[in-house]
Design a protein around this ligand. Structure first.
Ligand code: SF4
Ligand code: SF4
Length: 141
């Protein structure tokens, strides 16, 4: 089975960062630099006012990832089901993949100088108290 994780019901997000912390903890210790998703706040509709929204920034598992073509170090390969897998042995943290992603969904871990992208493992899903993230089957591969 192959799965992807995607946000639904984004309107419920309260920016509690549970998903971000859960993701960062995959590596054995909490460090937001390891997290493969972010919560961003959009500006309010009126400058200086209130009413901005929260946006979950994470890889959407493109079938033809443009980030893949940007890597000059052969550090990325397609992920079955969509998205990419980064080979951290080869990655030099140049950030070209991050620049290429139209969703800005690749993050550079500055401490390690490595790119970080969602691998759609689903670790974050059960930690969201508002059931915003779902893990969906996308086929048998
Ligand atoms: S940051 Fe790493 S994966 Fe991304 S383009 Fe550079 S070498 Fe490739
Ligand atoms: S990182 Fe961006 S371009 Fe690459 S597969 Fe994910 S959403 Fe697509």
């Amino acid at each position: 089975m192959t799965f992807i994780v995607r946000p639904v019901h984004v309107e419920r997000c309260i920016s509690c960062f549970s998903c971000v912390f859960a993701c960062s903890r995959r590596t054995g210790h909490v460090d937001l630099g390891h997290a493969a998703l972010r919560i961003k706040t959009t500006p309010p509709p009126i400058a200086g006012g209130s009413g901005g929204n929260f946006v979950i920034v994470m890889c959407r598992a493109c079938k033809e990832p443009v980030c893949l073509g940007a890597c000059e170090y052969d550090a990325m390969k397609p992920r079955p089901g969509g998205g990419v897998i980064i080979n951290s042995q080869k990655c030099v943290g140049c950030g070209k993949c991050a620049d290429a992603c139209p969703l800005s969904a690749i993050f550079i871990d500055s401490a390690r100088q490595k790119a970080v992208v969602c691998v759609h493992c689903g670790e974050c899903v059960e930690w969201c108290p508002h059931k915003i993230l779902v893990k969906e089957e996308v086929g048998k591969q």
